[in-house]
Design a protein around this ligand. Structure first.
Ligand SMILES: Nc1ncnc2c1ncn2[C@@H]1O[C@H](COP(=O)(O)OP(=O)(O)O)[C@@H](O)[C@H]1O
Ligand SMILES: [Mg+2]
Length: 1109
């Protein structure tokens, strides 16, 4: 990520104050409130100058991501909000760039987050330092040493599920480029008593549980272990399982880490064998056995466990058994063996277990060191990380030797802290050339002296007591303390000679109290001597040395009889004092960086901030002291450049740019702001501000000024924006106007132009019309002249014509008159020669001439020869009228004859019949005209061809004239029945239409009359002679479509046969004889129900009505 150009500062967006040095007013309440406020806003880090206060959030926060690492990388310490990464970065960079060895001191109560903090520091450094395969392997080994040490050195306590039970200092070594080379780990005072006994609610070291949970069955079998926790006396049962901790998985992690760190397989195996041996040691139990000398001797109850331990460790069982029963004391070349009673045996067993485990732990550290140590001999830069137990104060005088030692360590750390801080402060002042003023602060050297003084110190006296011959108890030790330290200001005891506390009931008799820099702590003296002695019977160490197990053998070098050392081993106290001294020396050579961890509550819970608890920690961590020391001189300092950069806007000369050295700029700035001179000092590269108030004032002014600047910028920006906008609009307006004018001008021009054209056209038109008018006038004039001339010529001509006509008439008249005169003269002369018959001859001649002309014309005008052609030329002369008519008649007759002459005999017969019909019915029967066009066929029914009528045909031998189907009207009801009507030469026959059977036969002689109406119907009655054979049933009434033909043929046949004319009566009312009755058949013209078909209806006895259309 590109480094941001904008410089930020810790002072930006600050919640509370990010640096306690700036706290106003400074007191415990404001201090806690500030922490609380920040804690509530997830700000778990706060500075005191360059010290980081860290409050355990007890929940994962998203502030350790790789992005965050990048954010803090290469940034100024005060540039971003407080963070452990800022401190790590500062430390790493001054190590790399300024060649200063660094140490990071992490202190705080158990569970305050020290170990986590140390891991964050290490991971940050690992993330930002060099990269490459080799470097990465080193990094990995350094980081992986943590899980191994945590498995063996951490345990669940009531305060922390992963509490480190040892102090750890790790030097990480870098080359000149800042790439890691390796490391060295030192460990301090493992809490080994935990191996054999754990307080309620706590566990033994993690590794025991991890093996039992995580090892395979096979592996367990090899270690002669069983998976069940309850099988082992050393494993407190109350909290074998820890919530959220997967022991089995952790076991795999540990083994993996061991592999990465570089443990060989057999080494790992040995380590676990030792762990198993320790675990099994706890199961060895003793029973008392009375000896002859009356003393009790302990005996091992069940030797099975012992046997397995011996198999596991390769120790001779009898040797170990003996070591649990006897104790050999060597003095002045004499060996005295005493038996152990049961209590002593248990003591020996536990001592062995504790020693075995703590030595194993130390061996592990050494082994890890071997792996991670730098491979080169080049000069190294070192960064030390100290994760050490913080001040421990138990209530109710539960503090014991361990707490004493731990608190001593913290006391030393506080001292070095004060010393280093002051030293650094002082160095800075000198470096910056600022006058050093004395700073008042509490120096805890006096307390350290109380503890560590070689003659009168508590530790020295404890050692003295331990080494003293004779009976030594904790009480004798306390007595001694009472004597020696009675007058010490920070020592309190009831029994001291000084009676200050004689009546202090809060102080029990078996206790002493030390006023540590962080508060008073009451120590219970019980166990001090034993723990300081940390005695392991020589028989046991020798037994261990004799083991064939190489690791165990190596852990107990003092068991080697060849190297018998009669001197007592150093006491725990003196060992610790020595190691602390070395540590202090080591730290003093380095540039210190502090992380002070604070626990916000006792419940390991997130979001809870217990004021009292925090207050307590602030006190014993001496944080207020810390602030005071820091503020003793100048509360705030800053290099000139960032300072000028930050505040330059407060002064006209420095804003916006200061050309010149930054220091001069700051001077101008501070003078301008009229900051009292005692409030600040100019160092070489930094400005020192005495009082936070001044800084805050600057900050306030800056904030105010920034707001003003923002307004100014806004104002200028708005102005600029408006101006540009206006200019743009103006420019646009000009463009628009130009375009508009152009457009308007174009319009105007076009208008003018079109007007001009119109005017022009009008003028031209007018001119043309004028010309036209003139031309027309001229033309008219010409025409008029012509007309006038014409008229004139006409008049002249007409006059001339008139005159000529007149002349001609006169000449004609003269001629006529002359002729008449001549005629008259001739007639007068010849009258006597033309007198008689002249008139008659002229008349005849004329008549003949006319007749001749008439006939000649007629010849040409003759009409066609068709008899029906009615044309005839018109008569030319009236006197020929009768001639003309006669001629027409003759011509018609002639052409008819011509026409007839063409006929065959058959045709002639037909026409005869037609003629007959015409004579009979023309103008009598309305049906007639329709029949004229119909040829008379006679045999409509072809009887001879229809086999149905064979019988009928056979019966009739004569020629058939008519064969036709007629309707015979029923006399009774007027209904029609179909009958075949046959007419032969002699008879009329009626036959059934279907069968052909002859129904009646009437000789023609018996037919008297045929009646029919004058209407357009086919009804006819055939009247029979009265008394004849056929007439018995009465007359026949028929209807036929061929009435005219039938009647005609009946008439002609009767005439030719009987030589009598058949009477045909045409009347609309006639009588018919039906049997005896005479019935009147009446034809009525009127509406018909069934269209045009005539209907017949018998009305009564006398009347049959036929309705015709
Ligand atoms: N910065 C942190 N963020 C989140 N959890 C933390 C942090 N520091 C500590 N803790 C929690 O608090 C527990 C105790 O921390 P630890 O470092 O082991 O304490 P100490 O070493 O001081 O005894 C850790 O197991 C972890 O759950
Ligand atoms: Mg820890």
């Amino acid at each position: 990520m590109a480094k941001m150009e904008v410089k930020t500062s810790l002072l930006d967006y600050m919640i509370g104050v990010g640096d306690m040095v700036l706290l106003e007013p400074l007191n415990e309440d404001s201090f806690i409130n500030n922490l609380k406020k920040r804690f509530d806003h997830n700000e778990v880090y706060t500075y005191i100058g360059s010290v980081v206060i860290s409050i355990n959030p007890y929940r994962p926060l998203p502030i350790y991501t790789p992005e965050k690492v990048e954010e803090y990388r290469n940034r100024n310490f005060y540039e971003l909000s407080p963070h452990i990464f800022a401190l790590s970065d500062e430390a790493y960079r001054s190590l790399r760039d300024q060649d200063k060895d660094q140490c990071i001191l992490i202190t705080g109560e158990s569970g305050a987050g020290k170990t986590e903090a140390s891991k964050f520091v290490m991971s940050y450094v690992a993330a930002v330092c060099g990269k490459g395969a080799e470097v990465n392997q080193v990094k990995e080994q350094l980081l992986q040493s943590n899980p191994v040490l945590e498995a063996f050195g951490n345990a669940k306590t009531v305060r922390n599920d992963n509490s480190s039970r040892f102090g750890k200092y790790m030097d990480i070594e870098f080359d000149f480029k800042g790439d890691p080379l390796g490391g060295v780990i030192s460990n301090y005072l493992l809490e080994k008593s935990r191996v054999v006994k754990q307080p309620r609610g706590e566990r033994n070291f993690h590794i025991f549980y991890q093996i039992l949970s995580g090892a395979s069955e096979d592996f367990l079998c090899k270690l002669k272990l069983e998976r069940d926790f309850s099988r082992y006396n050393y494993l407190g049962l109350d909290s074998a399982k820890v919530n959220g901790v997967d022991d089995a998985a952790n076991f795999r992690t540990v083994r993996n880490a061991m592999q990465i760190v570089g443990f060989m397989d057999h080494e790992t195996q040995s380590v676990f064998e030792v762990v198993a041996a320790v675990l099994k040691l706890g199961n060895i139990e003793f029973k008392p056995e009375s000896r002859v000398n009356g003393l009790d001797e302990s005996k091992i109850k069940d030797k099975n466990e012992l046997k397995e331990i011996c198999e596991l460790t390769g120790i001779d069982q009898s040797v170990l058994e003996r070591a649990f029963s006897f104790r050999t004391v060597e003095a002045k070349q004499e060996k005295v063996s005493t038996t152990l009673n049961v209590a002593q045996a248990y003591y020996a067993r536990d001592a062995l277990a504790k020693n075995l485990y703590s030595r194993l732990f130390s061996w592990l550290v050494t082994r890890i060191n071997e792996s991670i140590k730098a491979q080169t001999k080049v000069r190294k830069k070192v960064m030390g990380v100290l994760d050490i137990y913080g001040f421990e104060i138990f209530e109710n005088a539960d503090n014991s030797f361990e707490q004493f030692i731990i608190n001593y360590c913290n006391e030393k750390l506080q001292q070095i802290f004060i010393e280093l801080t002051l030293k650094e402060e002082q160095e800075e002042y000198i470096r910056e050339g600022i006058e050093w003023t004395h700073i008042e602060y509490f120096n805890n050297a006096i307390i350290c002296d109380l503890i560590e003084n070689n003659q009168t110190g508590i530790l020295a006296m404890l050692d003295e007591e331990c080494l003293r011959p004779g009976t030594v108890t904790d009480d004798t030790f306390l007595e001694k303390l009472n004597q020696v330290c009675a007058t010490h200001q920070h020592f309190e005891s009831r029994m001291s000679k000084c009676s200050r506390f004689l009546n202090d009931t809060t102080l029990p008799h078996s206790c002493f109290r030390i006023q540590h820099y962080a508060g008073k702590v009451m120590y219970q003296v019980e166990g001090f001597v034993d723990k300081n002695n940390d005695l392991l019977y020589r028989d046991l160490s020798q037994a261990m040395w004799k083991a064939s197990h190489s690791l165990i053998k190596a852990l107990f070098p003092e068991g080697n009889p060849a190297k018998i050392n009669l001197k007592r081993p150093p006491t725990a106290g003196s060992q610790f004092k020595a190691s602390v001294a070395t540590l202090m020396k080591n730290l003093q050579t380095k540039n210190p960086n502090y992380i002070r961890c604070i626990k916000p509550n006792d419940k390991k819970a997130a979001h809870i901030f217990n004021d009292a608890l925090v207050c307590h920690q602030i006190r014993y961590l001496g944080l207020l002291e810390n602030v005071r020391v820091r503020r003793a001189g100048y509360a705030f300092r800053q290099a000139y450049e960032p300072c000028l950069e930050r505040y330059k806007m407060l002064c006209k000369q420095t804003w916006p740019h200061w050309r010149g050295p930054a220091r001069a700029g700051v001077e101008v700035l501070f003078n301008e702001l009229e900051i009292p001179e005692e409030e600040f000092s100019f160092g070489r590269s930094k400005i020192f501000i005495r009082n936070p108030r001044t800084l805050f004032k600057l900050e306030d002014l800056r904030k105010q000024r920034l707001e003003d600047l923002a307004t100014l910028i806004e104002k200028i920006y708005r102005g600029w924006k408006c101006r540009t906008h206006f200019l743009l609009m103006k420019k646009s307006q000009i463009v628009i106007a130009a375009w508009f004018r152009r457009y308007a001008q174009q319009k105007k021009y076009q208008k003018i132009r079109s007007s001009a054209v119109i005017i022009q056209s009008y003028i031209r038109g007018w001119k043309a019309r004028k010309l036209l008018r003139e031309l027309k006038h001229q033309k008219r004039c010409n025409e008029a002249a012509t007309i006038i001339a014409a008229y004139w010529h006409g008049t002249q001509a007409r006059r001339e014509l008139k005159r000529l006509k007149e002349e001609a008439r006169r000449k004609h008249a003269v001629a006529v008159i002359w002729a008449y005169w001549l005629g008259l003269k001739v007639r007068r002369e010849y009258r006597k020669f033309f007198r008689a018959n002249a008139g008659r001859k002229i008349y005849e001649f004329t008549l003949q001439r006319l007749m001749q002309k008439y006939f000649l014309e007629m010849k040409n005008k003759m009409p066609s020869l068709s008899p029906i052609d009615k044309n005839w030329p018109a008569r030319p002369y009236l006197f020929l009228d009768s001639t003309h008519k006669e001629l027409k008649r003759i011509f018609h007759l002639w052409r008819c004859k011509k026409y007839r002459d063409q006929f065959t005999d058959q045709q002639k017969l037909i026409y005869e019949e037609k003629l007959e019909a015409s004579e009979l019915f023309k103008d009598k029967k309305a049906l007639y005209p329709a029949s004229v066009g119909q040829p008379f066929q006679g045999a409509y029914l072809e009887i001879s061809k229809n086999p149905k009528y064979k019988k009928l045909k056979d019966a009739v031998d004569e020629k058939i004239i008519i064969a036709e189907v007629v309707n015979k009207i029923n006399r009774a009801n007027g209904k029609a029945t179909s009958r075949i009507f046959l007419l032969t030469k002699n008879n009329v026959l009626l036959a059934d239409q279907k069968s052909g059977n002859i129904k009646s036969e009437v000789p023609l002689g018996d037919v008297t009359k045929v009646s029919m109406s004058s209407q357009n119907d086919g009804f006819f009655a055939v009247h029979l002679k009265e008394g004849s054979g056929a007439a018995s049933k009465g007359d026949f009434l028929f209807s036929s479509d061929h009435l005219i033909e039938m009647a005609t043929k009946l008439y002609r046949t009767t005439l030719s046969q009987t030589k009598q004319k058949l009477n045909i009566e045409i009347s609309d009312e006639f009588l018919v004889q039906f049997r005896q009755d005479k019935v009147c058949v009446k034809f009525i013209q009127g509406s018909q129900k069934n269209g045009n078909i005539p209907t017949c209806k018998r009305k009564n006895n006398r009347l049959l009505e036929v309705a015709v259309p």
